[in-house]
Design a protein around this ligand. Structure first.
Ligand code: ZN
Length: 197
């Protein structure tokens, strides 16, 4: 027996089982999705992945060894994931996808739970709603870009997932008390004049 775990090639039959949520194949393989880092049983009702992102494994242990995490919805390891671990997965998903359009529905779909359950669990464990956490990540990335690049406010908004400039400015001001321009100006002044008086 080879000591290397072989990731199997996706066959047409497997792809069909995945897209049709065919429970008849649950005993035979597990599929992981590279873009989300999560693995599922073929029968999982989660949104169909992109075909090119699918990796096939013989079982859950192989998928875990390959660096993937079990799906909350179909529980491919046969164990219920603790909520804390799920919330970490959701947080990591947001950290990686903050620059894309993110709604509670998209989040719930990609993190494999209902929007209602995801919202409640996330808030209970982190104290923030998923949307508040997304905003927090976006504003902290925006602050980083404002103070380390000379990109325009509109460009920065776009790069942190807030392509509507006036909404970006409003949200930024709500969270920091200053507009992005004011924030940048103040940081520049501090850099030029040394310590603030
Ligand atoms: Zn699943």
């Amino acid at each position: 027996m080879s000591s290397h775990r072989q990731v199997r090639q996706l066959t047409d039959e497997q792809w069909q089982a995945i897209t049709q949520n065919d429970a008849g194949f649950d005993e035979f393989f597990i599929y992981a999705v590279k873009s989300t880092g999560i693995f599922c049983r073929p029968s999982c009702k989660s949104r169909d992945p992109k075909k090119e992102n699918v990796c096939i494994f013989n079982d859950a242990a192989e998928a875990i060894a390959g660096g993937f995490r079990p799906c909350k919805r179909c529980k491919p390891t046969g164990l219920r994931l603790p909520d804390e671990e799920w919330v970490i997965q959701i947080g990591e998903y947001i950290d990686e996808h903050f620059h894309e359009p993110l709604t509670l529905e998209i989040l719930a779909d990609d993190c494999h739970g209902s929007p209602y359950h995801l919202q409640r669990t996330f808030k209970r464990i982190t104290g923030l709603t998923p949307v508040e956490y997304i905003q927090k990540v976006r504003i902290s990335k925006a602050i980083f870009e404002l103070t380390t690049t000379d990109k325009s406010v509109a460009e920065i908004g776009l790069s942190v997932g807030l392509p509507n400039s006036s909404y970006f400015i409003t949200l930024f001001k709500m969270k920091t008390g200053q507009t992005p321009k004011q924030y940048r100006k103040r940081v520049m002044e501090v850099q030029i004049n040394g310590e603030e008086q």
